[in-house]
Design a protein around this ligand. Sequence first.
Ligand code: SF4
Length: 272
Amino acid sequence: MTMTDQQAPQTVSAPTLETLSPSRASDFKVCPQLFKFKAIDKIEVPPTIYQARGTTAHLALQRLFDLTPQERTPETLYELFRTAWVELRDVEFPDLFTNTEDEREWGIESLEVLANYFLVEDPASLEPLDRELDMTEDIGEMTIRGILDRMEEEPDGLVITDYKTGKAPPEHYAIPAFFALKIYALLIRKRTGRTPVRLKLMYLNGPTVYEIPVTDPQLDATHRKLEALWKAINRAIINNHFPTRPGKLCNWCQYQDRCPAFIAEPEEAAAS
Ligand code: SF4
């Protein structure tokens, strides 16, 4: 007697990761529980003024390079920021400001941060190859997806640049931020067959620019780390086990009020 489909035991396979972005990969490295809040539970938290500044500044900087080199002036960038804010405010940040005075103060601070951009780079002197590039690539069994801020061709090769509107951390603390950029470099190598020569983190609030060179062996190592991370995330999903990893980042974590580490042992977690 053969077993029909109706008679076959129902096997429900545990959901596993479909895609992973460089930012979520970095989150899991920092704190698996943070990854769970963001990527699995998809808990929405109110946007902050810093996120609003980052999103609006990214859009303004992206559009700056739609213009001719002569038009890429500070005044134009400020105007692009104002226009982008009007577009984004009601759609993405409707409840961010309760009064116009706070919004005005935030706008002035934002323009001061943007003014710093011209201290670290002359936008008239470069033509990015890509901006806000949507990257989705299959790497082995993984599908990695993310938006790359900018890539340019410099005399010695491809350079990947990431804008940050927050304050620059001391150099040592910026190193983990390069992990996401190395993943982008891996995606670029997969897509174009070319290995970027440099990764650049441009912190406008400062301003400070950190750069590191990239090599094929480094990207091979990033590939291996990413595969290990992919497997670790799938194990965490299957076992529903996302440990907390209290550290300095907790001070800025928007999920602290629901984090088991803080609910269980708030003083211990804060001190670690
Ligand atoms: S508060 Fe700290 S331990 Fe808890 S999820 Fe956030 S980063 Fe992780």
